[in-house]
Design a protein. Structure first.
Length: 78
């Protein structure tokens, strides 16, 4: 199991930060998708120590309470 560090912010301040353990990056992202409360405009950073984190923009809050994430810097039209 790998330990992934994460932070959830709204470009002004960090709202939540911590560590999640999972076998893969994709599993860590899915765990956070289910467990953090995000709204459009929030930014999620996820990574491992020693490497720059991946950044995701919250593009929607879904009816089931989960967030829809898009890799930061990518257009939805692309």
């Amino acid at each position: 199991m790998s330990r992934f560090q994460f932070s959830l912010n709204n470009n002004e301040h960090v709202r939540q930060a911590g560590v999640v353990q999972s076998a893969t990056f994709d599993e860590a992202l899915e765990l956070l998708r289910a467990r953090v409360s995000a709204k459009p405009g929030d930014v999620l950073e996820l990574g491992v120590p020693g490497f720059p984190p991946a950044q995701f923009d919250c593009v929607a809050s879904l009816l089931d309470g989960k967030a829809a994430w898009s890799p930061r810097g990518r257009s939805l039209a692309a």
